[in-house]
Design a protein. Structure first.
Lengths: 244, 244
C-alpha cells in the first residue's frame, strides 16, 4: 500500500522503460543504496524516473537479503519540459568542478559543456564521474530529466557547434559587461559561458565579443571564482527567465 | 617601484591600522603564504585591507629568508560601503558549510548568522574556522570588508534580536512562497533565512509566517540543498537589490 500523504523520500534514476505494472531490477549499487544505506525494507516505496516518462512510484520487493526488485504501481508525476540553459564552462579542479556539477544540476541546467580556454589549467574531464554527480543531484532535487554532459572541446569549436539561435551570456570580469539582470531582461533566453579562474585571455575575450549573439554580463563588483560565477548566473537565469 | 599597470594579485587582510608610510609585520602564517606558497620576493607588492581604511599597496621586504615586513606605499582603493544582506542559516555538515561560507562571502554577504532550527542536524559551529574561510574568500574576491560571523543561536532568539527593520525573506520549499524575483521587487532590501536540509518543521514555518516582516520566497520548482538555496538567494539579491 502506497501512502499518498507521505512524500516519496527516495528517488532513483533508471535508464529503463517505466510504465504501469512494470517490474524492474535495479543495479547492485542501487540495491545497496536502497537496502543498506537508506535502510529500506520489503514493501517500502521509492520514486523512479528515466528522463522521458515522468516519475513513478514503485514498491520494493526484497529477496536474498541484499537484492531487490521494484514493482511499479503508478505514475506520480507526468513528464514535462524542464527548460534550462546550457552552461559552457572551463573545466575546474576536482573539488570545485564536482560542486559546480551538483549545483548546476539543482539549478536546472540543461547541458553541461566543458570548453577549453587559453587560460584553462585543467584540460580534460572524467565524464563518467560528472554524469554520476549529475544523476545523484537530479535524484535529490526532484528533476525529471538529467542534464546532458558533453565531452570537453575547444571554445571555438563549441561556439561553432551552437545552433539553437539563443544568445550567449558571457561572464565578463573586466567590469564592462551589462549587469546580469538588465542583460536577461533585454535579451531573454540565452545560454551561459563562464571562463576559467583568472578569466579569459584578453584576445580571447575580444574574439568572443565579435561573435554573433554574445552578450558580456557583469555579476557585480567582486571577483567571483569560476564556479561561483556559474552558479550565480544560473540562479539569476532561473529567477528571471524561467517560466515555471 | 610599484607597477601601476599590473593588478596586485595578492591581497591580505590584516587587523592593523593602514596608512601612508606604515611598516607592518605580517603574521608567520602570512609570511609563509607570501614567500613560500606564492613565491613573492623582496620588492614585490601586495595589497592590504583591514575592513575600515580601504586597500593599500605595500612593498615586501624580506629578511632572515623566511620573514618579511610590509612597507605601505599608497592607497589603491578608498573604503566604501559594501551593502549586503544578513544570511541566517542552519549549520550544515563541514564540507557544505565551508563551501557556503566561501560562496556567501564572494556574493557579498554582510553577516553570517547560524541559527538552530528544530530539524537542525548540526548544532554548533567552529566559529574560528568559519572566520578563516571568510577572510580567505574576502582576500580573493576583492572585498574591502569581512562579513561578520556570529555564534550559533536558536532561531527564535535570533529573530528577536533583529533590529534593522528590514524584512526577512525565508526560503520556503512548500511551493507557496512568492517567486524570489517578485518578492525582491515588491519588498526591497531584506535579509535572508534558509532552513536546514529537509526544511523547516511545519509548526516552525507556521510560526515564521506569523512573524513581522517575514516573506516566504520560492526559489523554483526543484528541491535545493540548503547551501544551494542560500547561494541562489544571495546571487539574486546582488543582481536585483544591490546598487553597485
Amino acid at each position: 500500500m502506497i501512502r499518498d500523504d507521505a512524500p516519496a523520500k527516495i528517488r532513483l534514476y533508471l535508464d529503463l522503460p517505466l510504465g504501469d505494472g512494470g517490474l524492474l531490477e535495479p543495479s547492485p549499487a542501487q540495491c545497496h543504496y536502497l537496502l543498506t544505506v537508506m535502510r529500506r525494507r520489503d514493501g517500502d516505496t521509492v520514486a523512479l524516473f528515466n528522463g522521458r516518462e515522468g516519475e513513478w512510484l514503485a514498491r520494493i520487493e526484497v529477496f536474498e537479503r541484499r537484492r531487490c526488485r521494484l514493482h511499479i504501481e503508478r505514475q506520480s508525476r507526468p513528464q514535462r519540459p524542464e527548460p534550462g540553459p546550457a552552461l559552457l564552462f572551463a573545466p575546474l579542479k576536482r573539488f570545485r568542478q564536482e560542486f559546480l556539477i551538483e549545483k548546476a544540476t539543482e539549478l536546472g541546467v540543461a547541458l553541461l559543456a566543458p570548453v577549453l580556454c587559453r587560460r584553462s589549467v585543467v584540460d580534460r574531464i572524467n565524464r563518467n564521474r560528472l554524469v554520476s554527480i549529475a544523476i545523484e543531484a537530479a535524484e535529490q532535487c526532484g528533476r525529471l530529466t538529467l542534464p546532458e554532459v558533453d565531452q570537453a572541446m575547444p571554445l571555438a569549436e563549441r561556439l561553432a557547434a551552437r545552433a539553437n539561435g539563443h544568445c550567449l551570456f558571457v561572464g565578463d570580469e573586466t567590469g564592462s559587461g551589462q549587469p546580469v539582470a538588465d542583460a536577461f531582461d533585454e535579451h531573454g533566453l540565452g545560454d551561459l559561458l563562464i571562463g576559467p579562474e583568472g578569466g579569459f585571455d584578453p584576445e580571447e575575450m575580444a574574439e568572443l565579443r565579435e561573435h554573433d549573439g554574445v552578450i558580456p554580463i557583469s555579476l557585480g563588483p567582486r571577483t567571483l571564482r569560476a564556479e561561483t560565477a556559474a552558479l550565480a548566473a544560473l540562479a539569476c537565469w532561473q529567477a528571471l527567465l524561467a517560466d515555471d
